[in-house]
Design a protein around this ligand. Structure first.
Ligand SMILES: *Cc1c(COP(=O)(O)O)cnc(C)c1O
Length: 373
């Protein structure tokens, strides 16, 4: 049985007619760059996240970068984040000329450990950026408290967490701003590149709107130096079609996760992901910790089960960040995760038989390798 890591085509088949109509409407109005379809989606996405404003941009990377710029982050500043994330979280900090200051993640949710944040704050700290990794919100309560007590804004990297919740509140709406990616493989994915920032801060929203469009709020009158980071109309139209179904798709992912949990529970050498108290995990990635990770990855691939690794190298050990001088052992939990994490196939259309097959093959492979690393 073949089990692909992801099958975007299966989802497309279920919405094909509606997508065709939506794209045709954009072309008929020639509303390609920004425009009415982007505005419509922004309204829908603001409502979905329970935020006052949503600003559509060209990618999740742009969302983070423009948010930091709009918060006034400058060369020499520091932003606290985690090393166990996708590179964009740190890269956008560096792209403002600021320095990412890392704190480790906790061992259960793989998100920012609030107990480590306070000690990382300096007079140069301009933001705290927890990442809702794999679709599970970070422990936002204590993180927001620390931010508040020091007057430092908290920006959520919610690029993997569309529709996730912390104590009943939508991911992205808890901090000062939330940054989303609509990269095609994300739980809410465009048919190209796109992203968004959500916030209740009208002034911040207005600045991000200008920054994404060459620093203008009126055509050819430029208040600040900006960039071209607009969302395009076709992506917005696709996202409007897909947003209506996101709740059902996330529920389907959660159901697949429950099936995996039941199937993996018996196997020695596997730690299945856990949903922490008070959080709704939307399983963008179903990352288990597995003994003999690389050997298991290869063995499953031979059995036509395609897995992923998110992420094999924590940011502080990437060549691009060698200048920070943070060697091995700096962030032990992140480093252990990077060695043991194996992402199993998960998407709403995945069949129960496929999950059973993955679990049974995993059991066979680990029995052969032995459960100890
Ligand atoms: C996908 C992702 C991003 C960047 O989003 P793009 O749309 O690919 O630019 C940022 N942070 C995290 C955690 C992501 O997973």
């Amino acid at each position: 049985m073949r089990v692909p890591y992801l099958d975007l085509k299966a989802q497309y088949e279920s919405i094909r007619g509606e997508i065709a109509g939506a794209l045709d409407a954009v072309i008929a109005r020639t509303a390609f760059a920004g425009g009415p379809f982007v505005e419509k989606f922004e309204g829908e996405f603001a409502e979905f996240t329970g935020s006052e404003h949503a600003i559509g941009v060209s990618s999740g990377t742009s969302a983070l970068w423009l948010t930091f710029l709009a918060l006034g982050v400058e060369p020499g500043d520091e932003i606290i984040t985690v090393p166990y994330t996708f590179i964009a979280t740190a890269e956008t900090i560096s792209f403002c000329g600021a320095t990412p200051v890392f704190v480790d993640v906790d061992d259960v949710t793989y998100t920012m450990d609030p107990a480590l944040v306070e000690a990382a704050i300096t007079p140069k700290t301009k933001a705290i950026v927890p990442v809702h990794l794999y679709g599970q919100p970070a422990n936002m309560g204590p993180i927001l408290e620390i931010g508040e007590s020091h007057g430092i804004p908290v920006v959520e990297d919610a690029a993997q967490a569309h529709g996730a919740e912390y104590k009943g509140r939508p991911a992205g709406s808890l901090g000062h701003a939330g940054c989303f990616s609509f990269y095609p493989g994300k739980n809410l994915g465009a048919y190209g590149e796109a992203g968004a920032v959500v916030t209740d801060d009208g002034e911040l929203a207005a600045t991000i709107r200008m920054l994404r469009d060459h620093g203008q709020d009126r055509r050819y009158y430029h208040k600040m130096i900006g960039w071209n980071a607009r969302m395009d109309g076709m992506q917005a139209a696709v996202l409007s079609v897909k947003l209506k179904r996101l709740g059902d798709w996330n529920e389907a992912r959660r159901e697949k996760a429950r099936m995996y949990e039941a199937g993996l529970g018996e196997i020695d050498g596997v730690v299945a992901p856990r949903e922490a108290e008070g959080r709704c995990h939307v399983y963008h990635v179903y990352s288990a910790r597995v003994a003999h990770r690389d050997a298991v990855f290869d063995a499953l691939r031979e059995r036509e089960i395609q897995c992923g690794i998110h992420y094999p190298v924590p940011i502080h050990l990437q060549e691009a960040y060698a200048h920070l001088g943070l060697g091995e052992g700096s962030f032990p939990v992140s480093e252990r995760c990077a060695t043991g994490a194996l992402s199993l196939p998960i998407y709403p259309e995945l069949e129960p038989e496929q999950i059973e097959f993955v679990c049974s093959e995993m059991g066979t492979v680990l029995a052969e390798l032995g459960p100890e690393a």
